[in-house]
Design a protein around this ligand. Structure first.
Ligand code: ADP
Ligand code: MG
Length: 524
């Protein structure tokens, strides 16, 4: 086991001028980074800042275009992951590379460079999982495991190589708060043994909680190195985005708004073997209210969105009522005509067609009769065309969409700007009910704050809003009431003011109602 180094010893890792070009694009631009022995070092930055690219160079997956990587005082060329592992670098990826049909031990065996028997491996893996608080059954089939358990396999597999540095790429984005707490205990244990951790995240709160130092990246460059505990969330955010991020001004929960969306005992059987069933989902959303639905990915969020939007029509018309009308059997266009708006999770392909211009994309979501008039061409078509371009301009201004021309192809916008346009497209119609799935997934902090403020403003103007989100910070920023979805079941909803991360975590873990809560926002 590596020991705590004596004072003044060289850092474990010394990165100098490390650069990665994709064509002429600099994903990493002359990065300097030192990691000492026994420290938990955060790599912070918005989506697209270059974090994953940097660690892929450290782990031998990408070859640097320029710069050096020093390891224990010597410059090294890390040609591939096996070479990285031999030096003592372990990595837990953002997207797991596991075979579902194989057992835990078989998956681990596949990744090892030396050959050892499955039984010996199972024994070692079981020992490590006990020693580091990572409960895992080596004989379990991966297909039967939760995301948190799958991540533990990746961690145990990295630990088997006895690494001096372990790199984790956004490990908590797939975990409940309780699972994340368990992971942090493991990291503290690794640190106590003198191992170092490079921890990638864009969550300021957890970086402040667990990391000794932080290096912040923006547009591929280091914009700061600091002790995160000496910083405020605002100062860290400024380093990440290069400007002050506007806080979202909250909406007050409605005193007594009219019910706009009522879902009663909605059940949907899974459409594919990988889909989740919806089981007796009920919710009530009033004018002026923002109901946020928390949950770990893959617990029925997209199925719920499809059923609410009418992309997937349900059997019982009364299961979904929009402003008093039973709409279970109506499709998305008919629901839009009744005053509802929908923003799906997938920007490309689903919400927008990348090759089409913004105004053409705008047209896709307007109602079908508009569309056929447009496609029919002629005079009406031309007038409509002009109106649509005007609307596209209005939406771009309202949402501060940064783009390269007057009406460029949707695919040419950055993720955050396209998402602002897509949300703005729905808001432009002043929907009385808006349902959004993961509204700011993968967009930069500035765009996220703009989008969240727009949702709050819509509720203030008297609409009912449902926000399905995996991001607890987002949920606390916008929600007036909060529920969680787990295994296709929706919990009771509670006033946001009565909720904490821990309480949401309990609901995300599948407990339907909290016993210690004052009162559910809406009794079912
Ligand atoms: P982060 O992990 O901080 O979100 P990444 O390192 O994944 O960011 O990406 C940094 C930038 O490099 C992004 O703009 C991304 O689109 C770009 N990029 C990443 N990998 C490639 C690649 N293989 N080819 C071209 N561009 C890439
Ligand atoms: Mg990344």
């Amino acid at each position: 086991m590596p020991q705590q180094p004596p004072e003044g010893e060289k850092p474990l890792l010394t990165v100098r001028g490390l650069t990665k070009l994709f064509g002429s694009f600099k994903a990493c631009d002359e990065i300097d980074l030192d990691i000492g022995h026994g420290e938990i070092h955060a790599l912070l930055g918005e989506n697209g800042a270059g974090k994953s690219t940097l660690v892929k160079m450290l782990f031998g997956i990408l070859a640097p275009s320029a710069g050096t990587i020093g390891w224990e005082g010597l410059d090294r060329v890390i040609a591939n992951p096996a070479a990285a592992r031999r030096l003592g670098i372990g990595m837990v990826f953002q997207h797991f590379s596991l075979f579902e049909a194989l057992t835990v031990a078989e998956n681990i065996a596949l990744s090892l460079d030396e050959k050892i028997s499955i039984s010996e491996l199972s024994k070692k893996a079981a020992e490590l999982s006990v020693a580091y608080g990572l409960p895992l059954d080596p004989n379990a089939h991966v297909a039967d495991l939760s995301v948190g358990e799958r991540q533990r396999i990746e961690i145990v597999r990295a630990l088997l190589q006895n690494p001096k540095l372990i790199i984790l790429d956004e490990p908590t984005s797939v975990l409940t708060p309780q699972e994340a707490d368990k992971l942090f205990e493991t990291l503290f244990k690794l640190k106590a043994e003198g191992r170092s951790v490079l921890y990638i995240s864009h969550r300021l709160e957890e970086v402040q909680r667990i990391c000794d130092r932080a290096t912040v990246l923006r547009h591929g460059k280091v914009t700061g190195a600091c002790d995160p505990r000496q910083e405020t969330p605002a100062s860290l955010a400024r380093m990440m985005v290069g400007a002050d991020v506007a806080g979202v001004e909250k909406v007050e929960p409605p005193a007594d708004g009219a019910v706009q969306l009522q879902v009663s005992n909605l059940s949907v059987s899974p459409r594919t073997p990988f889909a989740m069933a919806l089981k007796n989902v009920s919710m009530t959303v009033k004018a002026g209210e923002i109901l946020a639905i928390a949950g770990v990915a893959g617990n029925g969020q997209s199925e719920l969105f499809d059923a609410l939007s009418g992309e997937y029509v349900v059997q019982n018309p009364d299961a979904i009522r929009l402003r008093g009308k039973s709409v279970g059997r109506l499709g998305i266009n008919e629901r839009r005509l009744l005053g509802a708006g929908f923003v799906p999770e997938e920007r490309h392909g689903h919400a927008a067609i990348p090759a089409m211009s913004l105004s053409e994309n705008l047209f896709l979501s307007r109602n079908a009769s508009d569309r056929s008039a447009y496609l029919a061409g002629g005079k009406i078509g031309l007038i409509r065309h002009g109106l649509v371009q005007q609307a596209a301009r209005r939406i771009s201004e309202m949402m501060d969409v940064r783009k390269s021309g007057e009406d460029p192809a949707a695919g040419s916008l950055s993720g955050g700007n396209l998402q602002k346009f897509i949300v703005g497209r729905e808001l432009d119609r002043q929907p009385s009910v808006l349902v959004v799935n993961q509204p700011t997934w993968g967009v930069d902090a500035g765009a996220a704050s703009r989008i969240r403020q727009a949702l709050v403003d819509l509720a203030k103007s008297g609409s009912a809003v449902v926000v399905i989100s995996q991001d607890l910070d987002e949920i606390f920023e916008v929600a007036t009431s909060i529920a969680a979805i787990s295994e296709g079941k929706l919990s009771d909803a509670y006033p946001a003011s009565t909720m904490t991360r821990q309480r949401i975590g309990i609901l995300m873990g599948g407990v339907h109602g909290l016993t210690t809560a004052p009162e559910a926002a809406h009794a079912h």
